[in-house]
Design a protein around this ligand. Structure first.
Ligand SMILES: Cc1ncc(COP(=O)(O)O)c(C=O)c1O
Length: 386
């Protein structure tokens, strides 16, 4: 990356950490065994895979057999929601509950449940992007198979009260899933004291490669596998395990948890610096979710009279890389379903930029990005009023 580039899209993805790459490298070639083989190469790979599982479990406060490797956060979300629903429907529970601000992986999994004969419910969201607990409670009854709410929103950074939502869902006899893809490393939690049944993480948001994730599945929770064909991962997730990536995920999880508090303090300082610099120059900037608890790495803002797509392209030309709405929706800057659920007016939502901080940022870059954004927004407004 050239010196001038300021990458402000860490919620979309992060580079693979040097320590992660070094830990993975031998397992691609020299130590390439299949963990299901009984010979020494296989046994060596099995030991490494088990060790990775142990280390991930330790960072979550889980038992190793509660960690199921997947290909990504999207797969973990699908498995958590659809797998739990398919298992529970045999016991007469046919509904899923979620929120309208979830990642598309969860929303689409709920729609799949409907296609398979179930029903979906969505709790209301406040204007600040927080799940309405009354509405959530009203939707929890003896028909509910599984409830799913994301911990940290990938577009706004707004944090949900997952312990409270979990308690409500579980008191109705349902299972509780949370998508913690953006929360891992930003919020301290321990699954020994938080009774969620299912929890999703993804490697590439925390310095591991794209294409590895995990689903925490609490002991005793029944899931119907999404795929068929092998006995790997206790029959829950067939297919030869991706040993190097599992090792990479374990290394990334450990480093992320060790560095969490210090890193979060740095992220918060950068986000506050960025927001106040933009706000000082443009007092009418709208920061979405500003009144709600937020994780420190994301800000989502609209400058009235500007359009996100034009701003993003102009920022890119000056080496500032941010995102509009959710980058998980492959580069499109449409109307965000999250801002729409929060009741943001379409003209303001169309101007929304997501700026997300991380390991590649420092204060000088943050200041430059804020200043360039302000200059471009002023120009855009000049054109609008001309
Ligand atoms: C909150 C959230 N959930 C799920 C995902 C999907 O993860 P993955 O890209 O590993 O499929 C993402 C990001 O893409 C995300 O931000």
């Amino acid at each position: 990356m050239s010196h001038a580039t300021v990458y402000l899209d860490h919620a979309a993805t992060t580079p693979v950490r040097r320590e992660v790459l070094e830990a993975m490298l031998p397992w691609f070639s020299a130590r390439f065994g299949n963990p299901s083989s009984v010979h020494r190469f296989g046994r060596e790979a099995r030991v490494a895979l088990d060790d990775a599982r142990d280390r991930i479990a330790a960072t979550l406060g889980a038992h190793p057999d509660e960690v199921c490797f997947t290909s990504c956060g999207t797969e973990s979300d699908n498995f958590g929601v659809i797998g739990a629903w398919r298992a529970a429907r045999q016991h007469g529970r046919r509904a899923v509950l979620s929120t309208p601000i979830e990642h598309k992986a969860v929303l689409a999994a709920c729609h799949q449940v409907v296609r398979e004969g179930g029903s979906e419910r969505f709790a209301a969201i406040s204007r600040d992007g927080v799940v309405d607990e009354h509405s959530w409670r009203d939707a929890c009854d003896d028909q509910l198979a599984v409830a799913s709410a994301m911990w940290v929103n990938n577009e706004t950074g707004v944090v949900q009260d997952i312990p409270a939502l979990t308690e409500t869902a579980k008191s109705s006899g349902a299972l509780m899933h949370t998508d913690a893809v953006q929360a891992f490393g930003k919020i301290a939690f321990d699954l020994r004291s938080l009774p969620v049944d299912l929890l999703t993480i993804s490697g590439h948001k925390i310095g591991a490669p794209k294409g590895i994730g995990a689903l925490f599945i609490r002991r005793g929770v029944e899931l119907e596998p999404l795929m068929h064909g092998g006995a790997q991962d206790r029959g829950r997730r067939p297919g030869t395990e991706n040993v190097p990536y599992a090792i990479g995920l374990a290394t990334a999880c450990e480093l992320t948890v060790q560095e969490r508090d210090a890193h979060c303090a740095e992220l918060l300082a950068m986000r506050e610096r960025f927001e106040s610099r933009v706000r000082d120059a443009m007092p009418d900037v709208v920061i979405h979710g500003a009144n709600a608890p937020r994780a420190p790495h994301v800000t989502n803002l609209s400058i009235p009279g500007t359009d996100a797509e034009t701003l993003l392209m102009a920022l890119d030309l000056r080496g500032i890389l941010a995102s509009g709405g959710s980058a998980c929706q492959s580069g499109s800057v449409g109307m965000s379903h999250v801002l729409s659920a929060m009741g943001v007016a379409p003209d303001i939502a169309h101007g929304a930029l997501r700026v997300s901080f991380g390991c590649l940022n420092d204060h000088a870059g943050v200041d430059r990005a804020a200043d360039v954004l302000v200059t471009l927004a002023r120009k855009a407004r000049g054109l609008v009023t001309a």
